[in-house]
Design a protein. Structure first.
Length: 106
C-alpha cells in the first residue's frame, strides 16, 4: 500500500485550494447543465425515420440520453463522466454502423 504524504498549508493556501476546487465544481455543474440541455434537445428530434436498424439505433441513443439526464434522489448524476462518454460513443458507433449499411441514410 503506497504511503501518502501530507502537505502542510497555511490557512491562506488552503483557502486558495478550496477556491480552486470551487471553480472546478462550478465549471463541472455548468457543463452538466449543458449536457442535460443538449440531451433534451436531441430527444425532440425525429431523425431515424425508416432507416434500416432504426430500432437498434433508437434504443442505443435513448440509453445514452437517459444516462445524460438520469439523476438520483439527491440530484447527482448516476453515471460518471467516463461512463457517459462511453454510452454516447456506443450510440455513435451503432448509428455509424447503421448508416454504413443503409443507402437511405444521408
Amino acid at each position: 500500500m503506497p504511503v501518502e504524504t501530507v502537505t502542510e498549508l497555511t490557512p491562506t493556501q488552503f483557502r486558495e485550494e478550496l477556491e480552486g476546487l470551487l471553480r472546478l465544481a462550478t465549471e463541472y455543474a455548468a457543463l452538466e447543465s449543458r449536457i442535460e440541455s443538449k440531451a433534451r434537445e436531441i430527444e425532440l428530434v425525429d431523425w431515424v425515420g425508416d432507416m434500416r436498424f432504426a430500432d437498434g439505433v433508437a434504443a442505443q441513443v435513448r440509453a445514452a440520453l437517459n444516462d445524460a439526464t438520469n439523476k438520483d434522489e439527491q440530484g447527482i448524476a448516476e453515471f460518471g463522466a467516463l461512463d457517459l462518454c462511453q454510452s454516447i460513443q456506443d450510440a455513435l458507433d451503432v448509428l455509424k454502423f447503421a448508416m454504413e449499411r443503409d443507402d437511405r441514410a444521408n
